[in-house]
Design a protein around this ligand. Structure first.
Ligand code: PRX
Length: 644
């Protein structure tokens, strides 16, 4: 059956459908009893170029997860074109610059549509075709969202790399997916600092032969080198094109984007999301979790370099025809009142941020909050890491004034959208709890052997037993890695890597990673990645990295290193290690503490006993558990004595 552009997706609402607890329960039941019927109904609200032949084909053993099979669409038609009739002049983005005195800019839906179509033509002029991978390495400027949507418009696959990553991290990601084009800026502002983005790209591209073109947006007016034949300027290219760019018809299961994320082993994995299911799921969760109401102003403070920015700055708010704030800066510049000032300036109704920012602003003190009214706020959100009760209460009382529901949303790069979360105004909240699964999400707790843990008042490893529309499809270029990482630990379950409690009320509380992944200021960093960066230092033979509780960052990075050069000055060594990690990964992965040791606690089979290292880093010296299998127990005494 064929559906034309005009008769499908017309009568959609842009409002939450769950407004009472009863409605939540009904939706949830329906989503479990008849997942295909449930999601088909949600999908019908969109514009499809051709309707799907079947809704779902799945198994978790290969794994295979396909949604809306045979359906054809272009997500940008749903984000932009279909809004032009009703909301052409409505603001899509208010852009707030890093410097509060610099010029703020806004884009209406019509203007955004025009810019996206034009830049899509620029991409085509520079050789981009459907299926090509395009790397985007930019700060939070509106052109970042425009570049993302322009890729989607022509069916190119975007791979956004967070602007804080180093040249080496950038080149690894470009190489892994053979990107043909890189889009960047000359430089970036971050608080009082200037960052040379283009220089980093130039360095990265020394080892990236797949890249044919670099499109550079002028932003900081800094001096840059342009490579003849390879580098072109955004502005010049935009002058050559018009705004007529028909949207490429995409299969529901065609790749929409790759986003790299850290795991417990090896280099970062390219998580792949596809067009149809991702679109349906992100919009549904956006509207319902935040109880979005037409005309409201939404602000998600994440960076588009992470999944939160992909789903809830770019795609979902536009799919819903919402007005969003996009912010270039940091929460503490020029002072710790910046978030609150921006909320008042744009009369933000829904505010979505990370616990690490809340904790940092709490420490800065209420003097930075008091000058602002914050009376436009209706809903507050939290994402990225467990939120401690104290931060939750501070957020609730001082920012929400006790009247804004807090939605603590648990999800992951791999899940594409929010999974366990309160529904604003509907679910009774409890500090520190992500509360209940959203419709379509079937969580299960298992013990280390994979046995289901039934009942309430229990704790275990968090898995999901049924696919939802935006589940990870594969890891780019290596499907087996996807299977191994997420679907092999417990047969027929998707394993999240998180530990979780289910309390007496059946509420879920995420306790943190149970694998070797750290969560530092909401950024996911693999211990193995940091170790391999440290080991690049010529004087280091071996290292072990663990996370430890940190008041602001949630987790800090604690590195134990073995240095071969006994005469080396320890402070100099620490500085060099920090420089090495910054060079290989980026400043976000710099260890907070570096302890120089003569050996690491190993079992007789040579395995590092991380449990012991974690305990020492946590300061729990007298509670190391069983150390009888250690090869050399003296090492532990030395480590304890030198703990930082
Ligand atoms: O450990 C969980 C934590 O962040 C991990 C996912 O990180 P990433 O893929 O970078 O995505 C972050 C943004 C969605 C999870 O495995 N996490 C995320 N949200 C929460 C959380 N932990 C506790 N509570 C949350 N609300």
């Amino acid at each position: 059956m064929r559906f034309s552009f005009s008769n499908f997706g017309r009568n959609r609402s842009t409002m939450a459908t769950i407004n009472t607890l009863e409605q939540y329960q009904q939706e949830y039941q329906k989503s479990v009893n008849d997942p295909e019927g449930f999601w088909a109904e949600k999908a019908e609200q969109f514009v499809w170029k051709k309707k799907w032949d079947s809704v779902l084909d799945w198994n978790f053993s290969e794994p295979k997860n396909k949604w809306f099979i045979g359906g054809k669409l272009n997500i940008t038609e749903n984000c932009l074109d279909r809004h032009l009739e009703k909301r052409a002049d409505q603001i899509a983005y208010y852009w707030e610059p890093n410097d509060p005195h610099a010029k703020a800019v806004s884009y209406t839906y019509k203007q955004l549509h025009e810019q996206v179509c034009k830049f899509a033509n620029v991409l085509k002029n520079n050789g981009a075709q459907k299926g090509d991978r395009i790397c985007i390495y930019m700060p939070m400027v509106p052109e970042l969202a425009i570049a993302v949507l322009a890729c989607a418009r022509i069916g190119a696959v975007h791979s956004v790399v967070f602007g804080g990553f180093s040249a080496s991290a950038l080149s690894g990601r470009i190489q892994d997916s053979d990107c043909k084009i890189v889009i960047c800026t000359d430089g970036a502002y971050r608080g009082a600092k200037g960052i040379p983005m283009k220089d980093t790209v130039d360095e990265a591209l020394e080892v990236c032969p797949s890249v044919e073109k670099v499109i550079v947006l002028e932003h900081t007016q800094s001096n840059i080198r342009m490579v003849e034949g390879r580098d072109v300027m955004w502005k010049n290219e935009m002058e050559k094109v018009n705004a007529d760019c028909p949207a490429e018809p995409m299969d529901a299961e065609d790749m929409l984007f790759i986003l790299y994320t850290s795991g417990s082993t090896g280099k970062p994995k390219g998580v792949v999301h596809t067009c149809g299911g991702y679109m349906v799921y992100t919009q549904y969760t956006f509207e319902n979790v935040f109880n979005y109401r037409e005309g409201e102003v939404f602000w998600c403070t994440a960076d588009i370099g992470w999944i939160t920015g992909h789903s809830y700055i770019v795609y979902a708010p536009l799919l819903s025809g919402a007005t969003s704030v996009m912010f270039e800066g940091v929460p503490t510049y020029p002072d710790a009142g910046r978030f609150w000032q921006v909320i008042d300036k744009y009369k933000v109704n829904i505010f979505y941020t990370a616990p690490t920012a809340i904790r940092a602003l709490e420490v800065a003190g209420l003097d930075f909050v008091k000058p602002y009214k914050l009376d436009s706020l209706r809903v507050l959100g939290s994402v990225g890491e467990p939120i401690n009760e104290e931060a939750w209460n501070w957020y609730n009382i001082n920012i929400g004034k006790g009247k804004c529901p807090i939605v603590d949303t648990w999800w992951q790069t791999e899940t594409g959208g929010m999974m366990i979360s309160p529904i604003a105004g509907v679910t009774k909240t409890k500090p520190g709890f992500a509360t209940l699964p959203l419709p379509g999400v079937q969580p299960i707790l298992v013990d280390d052997k994979g046995n289901e843990i039934i009942g309430n008042g229990v704790e275990g490893n968090l898995c999901i037993k049924f696919p939802w529309p935006s589940i990870i499809r594969t890891t780019y270029g290596d499907h087996e890695r996807c299977r191994q990482n997420y679907f092999a630990t417990y047969p027929n379950l998707y394993f999240t890597g998180d530990g979780c409690k289910r309390d007496e009320d059946g509420y879920y509380r995420i306790t943190g990673r149970v694998d070797d992944v750290m969560n530092v200021s909401g950024h996911r960093i693999g211990t193995a990645e940091v170790e391999s960066a440290i080991n690049m230092h010529a004087d280091i033979v071996e290292s072990a990295v663990v996370g430890y509780p940190h008041d602001i960052k949630g987790q800090g990075i604690y590195a134990y290193v073995i240095c071969t050069n006994k005469n080396k000055d320890q402070e100099a060594l620490r500085k060099e290690i920090l420089a090495e990690v910054t060079k290989v990964i980026g400043p976000i992965a710099k260890p907070d503490k570096i302890q120089i040791v003569s050996g690491l606690p190993k079992t007789r089979s040579g395995k590092i006993m991380r449990r012991i290292l974690r305990k020492v880093a946590e300061g729990e010296m007298n509670n190391l558990g069983d150390t009888s299998t250690l090869l050399d127990p003296n090492v532990v005494e030395e480590i304890k004595a030198g703990a930082l």
